[in-house]
Design a binder for this molecule. Structure first.
Ligand code: GRF
Length: 213
């Protein structure tokens, strides 16, 4: 059974998609052992508690400095005995020390088709604002392994979403979540849990059909 630690910062819709997919069998062979947020007010924590999951907040505000926060986060991850860490709407930059301990065992959902509209200044609505400002006709979402960079790790799954002429950043964000994120992240977890995913020379190899939605 693949143990998951899910890191969240906001509304938790991606967490909800994972929980629902475990419940209905779209994800087989995985269980959530911890939900951890950096934000005391994250609705994602309420979703976890409502589902009876172990949920806790580890906020940088509660530690004397960034290093102490990182140490507490690593301790919580080790305590969860997670095999895979899932960044689900997580806005924390994972420190190199944690990436090293969990090499190729941290995945992230990013709301664009990497390498487009990603990196340090692209998160949340900013991604979709950039997409609309550039006038691209197709966007989407990406699940990738986390390395020491920002949105630079090996790509696992992607799904395209049409950009509509009347889109606003909010309407586009919602459609990317509905049509891509909430399908890709559960599928990625199910593939990893089934042993169908390896990373070789910085590229992801999937040995099972990976079609989504
Ligand atoms: C979503 O746009 C997701 O792509 C990004 O954070 C936003 C909120 O995600 N990573 P969630 O509802 O907290 O899962």
């Amino acid at each position: 059974m693949l143990k998951l630690a899910v890191l969240v910062s906001g509304g938790g819709t991606n967490l909800q998609a994972i929980m629902d997919s475990i419940a209905d069998g779209r994800i087989k062979g995985a269980q959530i052992t911890a939900v951890i947020s950096n934000n005391h007010h994250a609705y994602a924590l309420k979703r976890a508690e409502k589902a009876g999951l172990f949920a806790r907040c580890i906020s940088p505000k509660d530690y004397k400095d960034r290093e102490a926060f990182h140490e507490a986060l690593l301790a919580a991850l080790l305590e969860s005995q997670a095999d895979l860490i899932v960044l689900a709407g997580c806005l924390v930059v994972i420190p190199k020390a944690i990436v090293k301990v969990y090499e190729n065992r941290i995945i992230n959902i990013h709301p664009s088709l990497i390498p487009a509209f990603c990196g340090k200044d692209y998160y949340g609505l900013k991604v979709h604002e950039g997409v609309l400002a550039r006038g691209v006709k197709v966007t989407g979402a990406t699940v990738h392994f986390v390395d020491s960079g920002t949105d630079t790790g090996p790509i696992l799954l992607q799904k395209a979403v049409e950009v509509r002429a009347d889109d606003t950043p909010k309407s586009l964000q919602q459609r990317v979540m509905e049509e891509a994120e909430w399908l890709l992240l559960p599928k990625a977890i199910d593939l990893i849990a089934s042993g169908a995913v390896t990373v070789t020379d910085g590229k992801v190899v999937i040995t099972q059909p990976a079609c989504v939605g």
